[in-house]
Design a protein around this ligand. Structure first.
Ligand code: ADP
Ligand code: MG
Length: 253
């Protein structure tokens, strides 16, 4: 039953050309994310989190190693195949929403479907379903400038979800939100994960956001440093995360 949705084997990423000042951002990472898991990636600034997200999301190419998403080895795919793959299998939530100001919230959410020619009847079914899951049904006819930051981010989450991707990838999605809106986004993500079995990989440096995950991978200096699983409550997990972060902080050179 347990199938990996993301499978990463000995992945390395080197920036820069040979003979120049190279930067070894990922030094051989191996892990997998099972279908229906909510996994956080944490680590100090410069540890390779964004690089990892970029190579998994096919926005950048790993220098070495193997990456499989939903059973497809992306490291072997060509550029034109990758963009289709990305559009179908992945959903992104970034820090700065990336909503188009001239489109209504409804049209923004519908975008991944309209781009591939889905019928308007199907689009409206799907948009209404995700809007309901994320509690934004009432603002669908508004424009991004007319809604709050939290509503924008839940709209971005709806857009990431509407085409039923294999996994949602988030890079600091709560970064621009106040704590109340951050909490409502995180609760919404947790709901999607628990009730709809949606797989999520969340890159964050924020222990509060990370405490909503089921499992956290800590990376340091481009390597997997530690992995912790949520036991009982979110509050207890939050404390455990703070302990690991403090330990990493004390022991870095
Ligand atoms: N485009 C790039 N060119 C050269 N070095 C880079 C580039 N992007 C990131 N790096 C380096 O790779 C390392 C990891 O960076 P990054 O993945 O952004 O870390 P994080 O997201 O954890 O802060 C850092 O040492 C950074 O300076
Ligand atoms: Mg980063």
């Amino acid at each position: 039953m347990n199938k990996p949705v993301v499978n990463v084997k000995n992945v390395k990423k080197v920036y820069g050309k040979k003979g120049e000042n190279q930067s070894h951002a990922l030094k051989g990472l191996t892990f997998s994310i099972q279908e229906g898991e909510f996994v956080g990636i944490m680590g100090p600034s410069g540890s390779g989190k964004t690089t990892l997200l970029n190579v998994i999301s096919t926005l950048d190419k790993a220098t070495d190693g193997m990456i499989e998403i939903a059973g497809t080895e992306i490291s072997k795919m060509k550029q034109n195949e990758l963009s289709d793959f990305r559009a179908q299998k992945l959903g992104f939530i970034f820090q700065d929403f990336n909503l188009l100001e001239n489109l209504s919230i409804y049209e923004n959410i519908a975008l991944p479907l309209s781009l591939r020619g889905t019928s308007s009847r199907k689009i409206s079914q799907k948009v209404e379903k995700v809007a309901d899951m994320l509690g934004i049904s009432a603002i669908l006819q508004k424009y991004p400038s007319e809604v709050s930051g939290g509503q924008k981010q839940r709209s971005a989450a709806a857009r990431a979800l509407v085409h039923e991707p294999a996994i949602i990838l988030g890079d600091e999605p709560t970064g621009a939100l106040d704590s109340k809106n951050a909490t409502s986004l995180l609760e919404a993500m947790k709901n999607l994960n628990e009730k709809q079995d949606i797989s999520i990989m969340l890159v964050t440096h924020d222990p509060y956001s990370a405490s909503y995950c089921q499992r956290i991978l800590f990376i340091q200096d481009g390597k997997l440093y530690k992995e912790i699983h949520r036991g009982s409550t979110r509050e207890a997990f939050y404390k455990e995360i703070l302990d690991v972060l403090a330990y990493i902080d004390i022991h870095k050179e």
